[in-house]
Design a protein. Structure first.
Length: 338
């Protein structure tokens, strides 16, 4: 996985609790998929010796088969085989049908019958301090290690070695507590983001009541600095007030945040870029990182539609797809937010 999503974070937390309680369990990672596999490479599942499960590798009947095999002591070290090894499902059409894999899907899973609890704690500590980490599993030797990771790295699997990249939770800082922000915050949480809101205007901020979000009582530039943005962070400025939005952008565009966007029309966005480039300490490359008008050009007009367009663009970049140019080429007259 490129980072721990919400479900996989729960898997890591549960694994640490089970280990601390003395339970025996297996850790299973999706290494490769073909066809319409429901879970992506890097997805996690843990399977306890008493049949308890956390996470998923297929969302279907494969879990049932894994539980059955674990109950027989096949996976959790009872058979004496504690070395990581490979499992394949859906290699034949009959297996694909049996295990509910659509369109002839196939899964390769790396199973660790006895994961090292100390290494799981080390991984959790790295993530907790905002670091990226690489987890390497060598099937030939059985060794598992944790190394420092770098932005831009992704899962690697060659049939013998599995390397997964793990990082801190995806975070979204929203500048402005208006109506669009409410929809954006709610939708972003559904996608696994930890959401922060900053708005120094009391007439907006005092009425903010979106559950699960965290309010930062600071000016926008101080809020960006306070969060210590990393490659799993996004900043979206939505006040439509240059005095506030520009403060956030000045700091965010110099950070490693994967997405920085600001609300505004094409004309206002062009003026903002000129302002940032000529009157502030930002380079051309830093200014070019700004997504403005914010979001994909999908003809959005209402606050929830605008929130959808923003999250669509964020999701594309998060998944390594920059589709803005393709969208604008297909519809050069797409509506922009004024």
């Amino acid at each position: 996985m490129d980072s721990l999503d919400t479900q996989d974070t729960h898997v890591l937390d549960a694994a640490r609790k089970w280990a601390a309680a003395g339970h025996r369990f297996a850790l299973i990672t999706v290494a490769r998929t073909w066809g319409s596999a429901p879970r992506p490479p890097g997805a996690w599942m843990i399977l306890r010796d008493d049949g308890q499960v956390q996470g998923s590798v297929s969302g279907g009947c494969i879990e049932d088969d894994l539980i059955r095999r674990a109950a027989a002591g096949e996976f959790t070290g009872e058979s004496g085989n504690t070395a990581p090894h490979l499992l394949r499902y859906g290699v034949t059409a009959d297996e694909a049908h049996r295990f509910g894999l659509p369109c002839g899907g196939t899964l390769e899973l790396v199973l660790e019958p006895a994961p090292d609890a100390a290494l799981l704690e080390q991984l959790a500590r790295r993530i907790g301090t905002g670091q990226l980490a690489r987890r390497r599993v060598e099937l030939a030797t059985g060794s598992v290690s944790i190394e420092g990771g770098r932005a831009g790295e992704s899962l690697l699997w060659d049939g013998e070695t599995l390397v997964t990249l793990h990082g801190p939770a995806w975070r979204l800082l929203i500048i402005g507590a208006g109506q669009i922000s409410r929809y954006l915050a709610t939708m972003a949480q559904a996608l696994g983001y930890r959401v922060y809101i900053c708005d120094p205007r009391s007439e907006y901020a005092d009425g903010w009541d979106v559950p699960g979000t965290e309010r930062i009582a600071a000016m926008p530039d101080d809020a960006v600095t306070e969060l210590g943005l990393d490659p799993r962070s996004a900043v979206v400025a939505l006040t439509h007030d240059p005095k506030l939005d520009d403060l956030a952008l000045l700091e965010a565009l110099k950070s490693p945040a994967f997405y920085v966007g600001a609300l505004g029309s094409q004309a206002n966005s062009s003026k903002r870029r000129e302002r940032l480039l000529h009157y502030f300490d930002l380079s051309q490359a830093e200014v070019e990182r700004l997504h403005g008008p914010v979001g994909l050009p999908i003809g959005s007009r209402t606050p929830p539609e605008i929130a959808v367009s923003i999250l669509a663009e964020m999701t594309a970049l998060k998944n390594g797809q920059n589709i803005r140019l393709a969208a604008e080429a297909a519809d050069p007259y797409a509506c922009r937010v004024a």
